[in-house]
Design a protein around this ligand. Structure first.
Ligand code: C5P
Length: 401
């Protein structure tokens, strides 16, 4: 997290059960080299004590607007001028409503109104409150003002509900905060992404293929390039435009995709196999168009090479990420593929809901953990996937895995 080194982060905490995660976030920010000052709303202090945050940040915690002693130290206007980033995690539905109206009736909302620093919020609330039109309209207002919105994630909630509204994990918030600074989340990383279906020729006019649209891989390539990575797309036949600043290598068959992948792998840091590679190809390619004759026809198929397994087996292997589109027992099949193909990370998803669609939900699996992503647009889930790739890539590089 080079980009957080020496950055001043004002961490705002509002009232919600996720406030306990702010302690870990403070620790991670400090560890990444940021200087952290914490501002809490009154209700946040019901969930976690200012003393904990003071010990972890090494700075006095601000909780009230009209505290003469605190104002004598660093007043609210000085506090607003101090940071390079204002990060509010967790951000409650009430606080989102308050800042969308531009209110300044406590220390945190006052600092927000007075600051010129970029602002990011990590919402955390019950799924019904999140999907409520009032909250969604308030979020749109904040987005139009240039406020970055981190998450939320989906999953089981403290209240027992399941759905969107969980605060993202501190590690993800840390990576997304770092990405706001110049370097970009993936600055300097060389990423190769395989995309789309492959076509396996039967004769000069016929082939076997599948319904992959390539949208997920292209969304990943678009977001990765925007986040500063050097991206190469090895693409099967799709009807999509090449994203800006992305190098595209077109291939048709699995064999061609394998050759291009092996050629690119030595010069890449991260290899993401999104392509729906045809598992089999015709054993024989008929040089001439096959004629209709009998009522039935037998086509012998032979197994295609497994590209991602070949990449993961290289001596100098890149950080290798796979996908598993399944129709049943999604996580179980995903975990089995993660292990069998020796991948660093795998995104398992429901093939029926994903193929050709613009939205996706997936479960990220790695040797020591898992995380639910989406449901959301493929672009939005792509960013969450890349954030996770960055986090896991760094963890492997630092031998924390
Ligand atoms: O075994 P399955 O096809 O479900 O595995 C999916 C993952 O493996 C994806 O990441 C896909 O891109 C990759 N794959 C591959 N070569 C194959 C088949 C799958 O790289 N022949």
């Amino acid at each position: 997290m080079k980009s957080l080194s020496n950055r001043r982060v004002l961490l705002g905490i509002t009232g919600g059960i996720a406030a306990y995660k702010s302690a870990e976030l403070t620790r991670l920010l400090t560890k990444a080299g940021a200087e952290v000052r914490v501002v809490m709303t009154q209700s946040a202090t019901e969930f976690i004590t200012p003393l904990t945050l003071q010990a972890l940040s090494g700075n006095r915690v601000h909780t009230t607007l009209l505290d003469t002693e605190a104002e004598a130290g660093m007043g609210h206007i000085e506090l607003a001028r101090w940071p390079d980033l204002v990060l509010i995690a967790p951000t409650s539905a009430n606080f989102i409503a308050k800042i969308s109206e531009g209110k300044a009736d406590d220390i945190l909302s006052t600092v927000l109104l007075a600051t010129k620093a970029p602002i990011a919020i990590a919402p955390a609330m019950n799924q019904a409150m999140w999907s409520n039109q009032a909250t969604q309209q308030n979020l749109q207002t904040l987005q139009q003002r240039g406020i970055a919105i981190f998450g939320p994630g989906s999953g089981e909630q403290a209240c027992g509900d399941v759905g969107l509204g969980r605060m993202l994990e501190p590690e993800q918030i840390l990576a997304m905060s770092a990405a706001l600074f110049d370097e970009g989340l993936l600055a300097g990383l060389r990423i190769v992404i395989t995309a789309g279906p492959t076509q396996e020729a039967i004769d000069p006019v016929r082939y076997i293929s599948n319904r992959s649209s390539g949208k997920m891989a292209y969304a990943l390539a678009t977001e990765a390039a925007q986040a500063g990575a050097q991206v190469t797309l090895i693409s099967g036949p799709v009807a999509l435009a090449t994203p800006e600043r992305v190098k595209r290598i077109d291939v048709i068959s699995a064999q061609e995709m394998l050759e291009a992948s092996i050629a690119c792998a030595p010069a890449c840091d991260v290899f993401i196999g999104v392509a729906a590679v045809a598992d089999y190809r015709p054993a024989q390619f008929a040089e001439q168009k096959i004629k209709k004759s009998d009522d039935t026809m037998h086509l012998e198929l032979t197994k295609n090479p497994d590209i991602i397994t070949a990449i993961a087996a290289l001596e100098k292997r890149p950080f290798t990420v796979g996908f598993a589109a399944e129709t049943n027992s999604i996580e179980q099949h995903g975990a089995e593929k993660l292990a069998r193909k020796k991948l660093d990370l795998l995104f398992a998803n429901d093939a029926n809901a994903t193929l050709g669609s613009d939205s996706i939900s997936a479960t990220a699996l790695w040797s020591k953990g898992s995380q639910a992503l989406g449901p959301a647009s493929k672009r939005s889930v792509a960013l969450q996937m890349l954030t996770l790739i960055r986090t896991r890539y760094d963890a492997r590089a630092n031998h924390r895995d």
